[in-house]
Design a protein around this ligand. Structure first.
Ligand SMILES: [Zn+2]
Length: 97
């Protein structure tokens, strides 16, 4: 989810494969949430808003899983200038990078 000044302004989740012509296609939760903000604030300075947002990524099945954004998601996160990204890990001691 995308948080702006303590408020959740965008949500996203992993979306399945193969929904678009030309083979495999998927949208990860991080990118889905960013696009959610862009959709909602398109005419209200979404790019300026995103630069001040934090992104929270959580993956949970039977327990918390590592949800570090993949390379493609990182590119989108960087493109929109989101500087703080928090993600879940499987263990407390997992290293942050
Ligand atoms: Zn990803």
């Amino acid at each position: 989810m995308v948080v702006y000044k303590g408020k959740i302004i965008g949500n996203g989740y992993n979306k399945g494969y193969g929904k678009i012509l030309n083979g495999n296609y998927s949208v990860h939760a991080e990118v889905d949430a960013i696009y959610d903000v862009i959709k909602k604030y398109k005419n209200h300075g979404c790019e300026r808003i995103l630069r001040e947002c934090s992104l929270y990524v959580i993956q949970y099945t039977d327990k918390l899983r590592n949800s570090m954004p993949c390379n493609n998601c990182c590119k989108v996160i960087e493109k929109y200038g989101i500087r703080r990204v928090y993600f879940s890990t499987e263990t407390f001691n997992e290293k942050m990078i």
